[in-house]
Design a protein around this ligand. Structure first.
Ligand SMILES: Nc1ncnc2c1ncn2[C@@H]1O[C@H](COP(=O)(O)OP(=O)(O)O)[C@@H](O)[C@H]1O
Ligand SMILES: [Mg+2]
Length: 328
């Protein structure tokens, strides 16, 4: 197995009472990157992470972290990873400072060093003002930040972030995203699980989409989107009277349904990839036809499909993030 992989799994399986929560997962996570594991509730994300973090024993297949087997070399793996997420190590009754000092002491730092480290982390995470408050008084966003601070007290080589922003407001999510970027900039590999497509899109360089314990798609963001094979063009015409003709030409050129936007000069259409031809070529051809017909296009944009559309195309069902625990 290659050494520049932070994680490598083959046919990883976990069975709970006959139910295959993780059903033969193959992963290759390059070191030094954020790798996104995207899937709905109950997909098997936490179970997979727990096996990789040596907290659960696999029932089949194998998994290596920096080349070390998670079962045979569990101690070596534990020394290099850290986990934060749906269950956290911080004590609600202790203050932010007390929690971080305690954890730093457990990690072997001396008293003064532990206090200094805790202080620096709280400052870096914007928690200095709340340092003396009990964690149970923290907001959701503060709580998540102290969780992450606790998990990176000793800079791990691999950090598991299990749904780090589930339930957070947009501002807190952005703060967590900034932290993730900073952690990766320090050289840590991050395995991030998420139900949020935009989160994987923002942070991850590669993404595995999982559903019912299986990887249903894997690749870079671009590859994933390309495999779904579509983009959408949006254009605005100079003259609203040209719109019916533009609609007719676009429908033929793109072989797609053209939507008429409320704005009387605007049209939107999906670009279907045809064979080797990419979305950009299809869009360019359509623009050429409009020009030949004497229709002036004022603005034009070609967008890649969102990850929401990717998931819908891959699973035939939309990602429903409102059904917390419904699939469990
Ligand atoms: N300790 C457990 N005992 C029994 N079933 C479990 C246990 N942990 C998870 N499961 C089941 O395994 C499946 C995957 O769960 P999980 O890994 O938590 O999914 P996710 O993190 O993607 O939401 C779910 O059907 C869940 O109910
Ligand atoms: Mg989970």
């Amino acid at each position: 197995m290659t050494t520049d992989l932070a994680i490598e799994t083959r046919g990883l399986v976990k069975v709970f009472g006959g139910h295959r929560a993780v059903d033969g997962i193959d992963l290759a996570v390059p070191a030094g990157t954020v790798y996104g594991v995207l899937g709905p509730n109950g997909a098997g994300k936490t179970t997979a992470v727990k096996m990789l973090a040596t907290l659960l024993r696999p029932d089949g297949g194998e998994a290596r972290v920096f080349g070390k087997d998670v079962v045979r070399d569990a101690d070596a793996v534990r020394g290099r990873v850290s986990l934060t997420g749906q269950y956290a190590s911080v004590d609600e009754d202790l203050t932010g400072t007390e929690n971080l000092v305690l954890l730093a002491r457990l990690l072997g730092h001396g008293k003064a060093a532990a206090r200094a480290r805790a202080g620096r982390m709280l400052e870096a995470f914007g928690l200095t003002g709340a340092a003396g408050k009990q964690v149970k008084q923290y907001s959701g966003g503060m709580r998540r930040r102290v969780d992450i601070a606790a998990s990176i007290l000793n800079t791990p080589d691999l950090l598991f972030l299990d749904e780090p922003t589930t339930g957070l407001d947009p501002r807190s999510r952005n703060q967590v995203w900034d932290i993730v970027r900073a952690v990766v900039a320090q050289g840590t590999t991050v395995l991030l699980t998420t139900q949020y497509l935009d989160e994987a899109d923002q942070l991850a360089s590669r993404i595995a989409v999982i559903d019912h314990g299986k990887v249903i798609a894997e690749g870079t963001k671009g590859e994933l989107k390309a495999s779904v094979g579509a983009g959408s063009v949006h254009l605005r015409l100079r003259d609203p009277e040209h719109r019916p003709e533009a609609e007719r030409l676009l429908t033929r050129a793109l072989d797609a349904v053209v939507q008429l936007d409320p704005d009387p000069v605007a049209l939107t259409a999906a670009v279907t990839a045809r064979g080797e031809q990419g979305a950009a070529e299809g869009a360019a051809r359509a623009l050429g036809e409009l020009a030949r017909a004497g229709i002036t296009v004022d603005t034009f944009s070609l967008g890649q499909p969102t990850l929401d559309e990717v998931f819908l195309a891959l699973t035939d069902k939309p990602l429903d993030v409102t059904k917390e625990g419904a699939t469990a």
